[in-house]
Design a protein. Structure first.
Length: 409
């Protein structure tokens, strides 16, 4: 397999062309012209580099004062998505636009809208441009290559070695060993396909996932819960969809319909029922006028890390006699720190929830009947069940009971 190498764009006509592109110029035809492959040759690759001269990027009076080097893909991305409407928020995004980076962009935009830094129309425009760009993944990254379509020949050799190594555990339906075997094979597959263009869509998170879609297609179906309550446990399917499901694994996959889609459909049904129960039970709860304060001294202690920060945004941190609203402007000051926060369930108001205990999120979006938002809780459970239709991978987690119940740090 050829190793992909970026090239520096030095031809002046190509440089002039890329520098001349404005947001309105970037169409499906331009993307195809720049990155489409014709007779095995593409004019540019997204990872090719280009030096951007002084004064070439940004709104008037905010042009770049220094030259900088970027990739062709990032240059077009920033020209199309950032420069015109979102420059003050992002300036120029120099990082690879993968799933993680895209989530960070969306989070920043959400905070900016809630904090009146951008208008709703700007956010709508961004979302519509994202939708317009989605089909271009097939141009920027091929769905399949011959190397990927035939990779099972190499993977199967490694798989046979591991089957012999873990034969007793696999026959016993040991799901932990099955997951370990899957991970070893996936690491091997990523190594042999590391420079294959078709891996871009998996590595970026743009379409499909390595641990689910790629694994099932090219590695092995893996552990499948046995729906028979008498047997219990798991069955291990070693074949994959690319080579075809073996006759030994076919009954296992057939039975998985009971443990998989049916069980998840029932959980979805239950989640929908809980949503209606929550709405009925809590719809009477309202927020008191903005600025109201029950003056409670009760707080919760919470560490504001990556998992909790977004959930506590726009709530109040207690520092001495001061209440400080957590926003995107001061969040980094508190990241990783344990703080005391006002919390809605600790409010001492008799006829609703005061502004300081509730936080400002619902005031910012114009909602006072906060009880109608409580179905969000069972809705998350319902959505997780719905998403699990698309990912039936069995994942194991090692849990320390002492730590789980707060008896050990």
């Amino acid at each position: 397999m050829n190793v992909r190498k970026s090239k520096e764009i030095i031809k002046q006509s190509d440089i002039n062309y890329l520098l001349s592109l404005k947001e309105e110029d970037i169409t499906a035809s331009v993307i195809m012209e720049c990155f489409g492959e014709f007779d095995g040759v593409s004019r540019f690759h997204p990872y090719d580099t280009i030096e951007i001269p002084i004064g070439s990027y940004g709104p008037e009076k905010k042009k770049n004062k220094n030259k900088f080097t970027t990739t062709v893909g990032l240059w077009i991305f920033n020209r199309y998505f950032i420069e015109k409407d979102l420059f003050d928020l992002f300036q120029y995004i120099p990082n690879t636009i993968n799933k993680s980076m895209f989530n960070k962009i969306n989070t920043t935009l959400s905070y900016a809208l809630l904090e009146d830094e951008i208008t709703l129309e700007v956010l709508k425009k961004f979302i519509m441009k994202v939708q317009f760009f989605m089909p271009f993944v097939s141009i920027l990254s091929p769905n399949h290559t011959m190397e990927m379509l035939t990779c099972t020949k190499q993977i199967n050799k490694k798989k046979e070695e591991l089957i012999k190594k873990y034969q007793k555990e696999l026959e016993a339906g040991n799901e932990v060993i099955a997951e370990k075997m899957e991970n070893e094979l996936l690491d091997y597959a990523k190594e042999i396909l590391k420079d294959d263009p078709a891996m871009d869509m998996f590595n970026s998170g743009a379409r499909g996932s390595i641990s689910n879609n790629f694994k099932n297609m090219y590695v092995m179906r893996g552990a499948i819960k046995d729906p028979d309550p008498i047997n219990g446990g798991y069955n291990i399917a070693l074949s994959n969809y690319s080579d075809g499901i073996s006759k030994e694994d076919y009954p296992v996959l057939a039975k998985s319909l009971a443990a998989g889609p049916y069980a998840r459909a029932k959980k979805t049904e239950l989640g929908g029922y809980w949503e209606k129960q929550f709405l009925s039970a809590f719809q009477h709860i309202i927020l008191l006028p903005e600025g109201s304060d029950c003056k409670t001294t009760r707080t919760i202690d919470i560490v504001l890390d990556d998992d909790t920060m977004s959930n506590m945004m726009y709530s109040y941190i207690v520092e001495g006699n001061r209440l400080i609203e957590l926003t995107s402007k001061n969040m980094e000051r508190y990241r990783g720190k344990k703080v005391k926060m006002r919390f809605s369930s600790l409010c001492e108001s008799k006829d609703g929830i005061c502004s300081k205990c509730a936080g400002n999120l619902f005031y910012r979006v114009g909602v006072t009947n906060v009880g109608v938002a409580t179905p969000i809780i069972p809705s998350k459970l319902k959505n997780l069940s719905m998403k699990s239709f698309h990912d039936s991978t069995v994942k194991t987690v090692e849990m320390d009971p002492m730590r789980a119940f707060g008896l050990k740090k």
